[in-house]
Design a protein around this ligand. Structure first.
Ligand SMILES: Cc1ncc(COP(=O)(O)O)c(C=O)c1O
Length: 382
């Protein structure tokens, strides 16, 4: 039996309720939401709106209509950045961001948007005292990942949100590694734009994600077209959410995402967190006992999401990943994890690390099996 430990890329398997809901959507409802007024279209619309409401509930979003469905976190981040920023604007971000943040910023640089990266420590921690130094007179936005997808280190978004608000700067959070796992309250945390995938810790299927846009944030859509609303006008509607959701939605995916969120709400974020935290601690403690293994990131005493990066002395991370997969049927991710800046910060560029990321369905026995396998791999080199 394979042991899947790559949940930071996408969670697997999904809860049974997700599969059943998607199946029901495809086989029994099937219609295009918001495009017709027949019973099935209304039913499909209801399913989409129920998922919107669940997202709003989970993240304390005051108005569900301000939740825009996207295909993944990357699309949500692109919409937030490219919809908001204009030539001359400046953005502050960190040195541990994913390419989903850095690449859109790099593209925006070509049209005159500037950005600065506040350096994190070699353990991946953000020093809040360095943040004000990154600001410029034209700083319009601070964008931060809530937790690093390389080290699992959690960034202090509550404090940064308060800081951004005190300076009148918009605050955007990339919650790819935390949505469904850590409590996020967009109001308390002063989050103006929240981008998240549906397919990781919200247990929805791949091809789902969302962007929350706070009241007062003026975004332009990245695509125009059919919305099923204001069809008499050649102009893109400005109403939310439809003005940002041109084209047929991934309705089966959104139905599955709704079921995934129900699963999270039923289990409770605290129970999910405790279980994954305990697996993470077992893993870190076990890795520390294996000679020749070096762990990167905040370390056992600090809280971190269930993502752990390490390397085996004198072995390429890709080789370790290959052996784990080939000999032990254990799936982890190796390399740069789409976050080269994070690896430069840790000193692991360009080879990267071996990354283990755990989910709710992993067990303590699986972590033991992984540790045994890593121990044996380190012995192969002796
Ligand atoms: C921190 C971070 N941001 C963004 C993304 C992109 O997410 P998606 O694959 O849903 O576009 C990921 C994916 O791993 C991530 O870890």
């Amino acid at each position: 039996m394979s042991i899947y430990l790559d949940h930071a890329a996408t969670s697997f398997p999904k809860p049974g309720i997700v599969c059943r809901r998607m199946n029901q959507m495809i086989t029994r409802i099937g219609a295009n939401p918001g495009r017709s007024d027949h019973k099935l279209a209304r039913k499909a619309n209801q399913v989409v709106n129920e998922t919107r409401e669940k997202i709003a509930m989970l993240f304390a979003i005051p108005d569900a209509q301000r939740v825009i469905f996207t295909g993944n976190a990357t699309e949500a981040i692109n919409l937030g950045l490219k919809g908001l920023l204009l030539p001359g604007d400046h953005v502050v971000t960190s040195s541990v961001e994913h390419n989903s943040v850095i690449r859109p910023l790099k593209r925006l640089e070509r049209v005159g948007v500037q950005y600065s990266q506040v350096p994190c420590s070699p353990q991946g921690n953000l020093n809040l005292r360095l943040l004000p130094r990154g600001l410029k007179p034209k700083t319009k936005l601070i964008i931060l990942t809530h937790a690093s997808n390389v080290t699992g280190g959690i960034l202090p978004i509550q404090e940064v949100g308060a800081f951004a608000r005190s300076k009148g700067i918009f605050f955007m959070v990339d919650a790819a590694q935390t949505a469904g796992l850590l409590p996020i309250d967009v109001q308390k945390m002063n989050i103006d734009l929240l981008a998240a995938p549906g397919h990781k810790s919200l247990y929805g299927p791949q091809g789902t994600g969302f962007l929350y846009i706070a009241n007062g944030v003026d975004l332009k859509p990245l695509k125009e077209g059919g919305t099923g609303t204001e069809s008499d006008s050649d102009e893109q509607p400005e109403t939310l959410p439809h003005g940002f959701e041109s084209g047929t939605l991934n309705t089966p995916g959104i139905a599955g995402l709704g079921a995934g969120i129900s699963f999270v709400l039923e289990q409770g974020i605290i129970k999910i967190w405790k279980k994954e935290r305990s697996l993470t601690q077992n893993l870190i403690r076990g890795l520390k006992r294996i000679k020749g293994v070096r762990i990167f990131g905040p370390g056992e005493m600090e809280e971190q999401v269930p993502v752990v990066s390490f390397n085996v002395e004198s072995m390429d991370p890709a080789e370790v990943g290959f052996l784990l997969d080939d000999l032990y049927d254990i799936q982890v991710r190796t390399g740069l994890h789409c976050a080269p800046h994070a690896h430069r910060t840790l000193g692991t560029f360009p080879a990267g690390t071996v990354r283990v990321s755990m989910g709710f369905f992993n067990t303590a026995e699986e972590i033991k099996a992984l540790l045994r396998a890593i121990y044996e791999i380190t012995r192969m080199k002796l």
